[in-house]
Design a protein around this ligand. Structure first.
Ligand SMILES: [Zn+2]
Length: 169
């Protein structure tokens, strides 16, 4: 089973298609690097949302459209820069020493390149209306996004309602 990451109007060639195990690695490294770099609430929210693409609840089906991410229109361009910085830091293996395995770069790097292209092309008009609002409204009061963004003690990653995406892998 494979997972697809796409954007509005992205072509099949531009989309990222990954098997479950590679998807797990892809989310692991974004979660690590993103958690390390996230400073603002908007940045932390974006990383928690990506880390929620956790296959704990069943294998597969964790693909997403980047326009559904909880972008804040007021800070979109800063946040877009932040995500691009997270991607380039992943390429520099930021935080990889915390993983108990070594990601297979030959498979991972092409997916990161595609993710970078999708994010680069995205504009403020692509943001799905209300994605941020609905995501927050649908969260429980004890969800980490409502409790000051606690982190995993082992991986220093931002937790999701499912826990640490890396511990769960
Ligand atoms: Zn962990």
């Amino acid at each position: 089973m494979s997972n697809i990451i796409c954007s509005n109007n992205s072509s099949p060639d531009e989309n990222i298609k990954m098997q479950n195990s590679l998807t797990d690695v892809f989310i692991n490294v974004l979660s690590l690097s993103g958690s390390y770099l996230a400073k603002t609430v908007d940045e932390k929210r974006l990383i928690v949302w990506i880390s929620e693409k956790d296959q704990t609840l069943g294998r597969g089906c964790v693909g997403f459209n980047i326009c559904d991410m909880p972008w804040n229109k007021n800070t979109f361009y800063d946040n877009k820069k932040f995500i691009l910085k997270v991607i380039s830091s992943v390429k520099n293996k930021l935080g990889w020493e915390k993983l108990d395995y070594t990601p297979y770069e030959e498979w991972l790097l092409p997916c990161l390149d595609k993710f970078e292209s999708l994010i680069k092309k995205m504009t403020i008009n692509d943001i799905r209306e209300n994605s941020l609002k609905e995501w927050i409204e649908n969260s429980e009061s004890d969800d980490p996004i409502n409790c000051n963004f606690p982190r995993c003690k082992k991986h220093n990653t931002l937790l999701t309602f499912l826990g640490c995406q890396i511990c769960n892998s």
